[in-house]
Design a protein around this ligand. Structure first.
Ligand code: FE
Ligand code: FE
Ligand code: ZN
Length: 277
């Protein structure tokens, strides 16, 4: 089963997102759990979540991939800001209780000059604390482009966080733009990169993908997304990804901003690529 979808606006609630997803032939989707550039979250609507969960199940949707706020930095230098980030994470995972069995992905964080090791330490200890609540959601660390002091641009960093947390409830969401921009050549050697991921992290931890093309050439560490086939990754790379035997059954999320008809066209193209091979 191929689960393909895109990032959707959460403004109208969960059932509205499911409806929108169905209208563009998506069978998974992503959404922000709160204002991505702030921290405000919407009022919860358990009834809406419950009804949406029923439809998702009945219509055989794949796992959803909720996205944490960009501003949530678990390894920022100020202790109060760090504690606040952990609070936001806790609240996000608590909110996911009404959508059991789905994924929650977030950017590991930026160490802002404190060093990679310190950053990994802070992220892991926050995660460990939050996960001890036992919320029914798997937390996915996103592979990053390695921009500035971002953590997660190297598979080893993700592995270090996973090991330090020591929970089965931590996985990885591989962002195609970010890994290529981070120096993993999925254009010329997708098998090699997946092999490397398997050796370092383990493919059993790879739970979801973000499908984005990149505006920049290989290893730029810039993180500028582009629509599928219009950037340096190119259509062929996505054809290989969609058809790769090791990636089957994992939710694939388009997240380069696009209007709904744009997303619909990309989903159609990806589904067609998946049939023709
Ligand atoms: Fe992201
Ligand atoms: Fe992403
Ligand atoms: Zn990005």
């Amino acid at each position: 089963m191929q689960y393909i979808g895109c990032h959707l606006s959460a403004t109208g609630g969960y059932q509205a997102m499911v409806k929108t997803a169905q209208s563009i032939d998506a069978n998974t989707f992503a959404f922000f759990t709160r204002n991505p550039r702030g921290s405000k979250a919407k009022k919860e609507d358990p009834k809406d979540a419950q009804l949406a969960t029923q439809i998702l199940c009945r219509e055989n949707f794949g796992p959803l991939v909720a996205h944490g706020a960009y501003t949530m930095n678990l390894c920022t230098a100020d202790p109060e800001a760090r504690a606040f980030a952990a609070e936001i994470l806790t609240d996000d995972l608590r909110r996911m209780v009404s959508l059991p069995g789905n994924f929650y992905n977030f950017h590991p964080g930026s160490h802002v000059g404190q060093g990679v090791e310190q950053g990994i330490d802070y992220i892991a200890s926050a995660l460990k604390r939050v996960l001890s609540h036992g919320y029914p959601v798997k937390v996915l660390l996103e592979t990053m482009a390695g921009k500035g002091s971002e953590i997660g641009g190297k598979f080893q960093e993700l592995k270090a966080i996973i090991d330090a947390v020591g929970s089965d409830n931590v996985g990885v969401c591989l962002d195609t733009c970010h890994v290529y921009d981070g120096g993993y050549d999925i254009v010329n050697d997708l098998d090699g990169v997946l092999g490397e991921f398997d050796r370092i992290v383990g493919l059993d931890r790879l739970c979801a993908l973000h499908l984005n093309d990149s505006k920049n050439p290989f290893a730029s560490h810039k993180d500028r997304h582009e629509c599928i086939g219009r950037g340096s990754l190119g259509e062929e790379t996505f054809r290989r990804i969609v058809n790769h035997p090791l990636l089957q059954g994992k939710p694939m999320i388009l997240e380069t901003p696009n209007e709904l008809p744009g997303y619909a066209a990309e989903i159609k193209m990806l589904r067609k690529m998946g049939e023709n091979s």
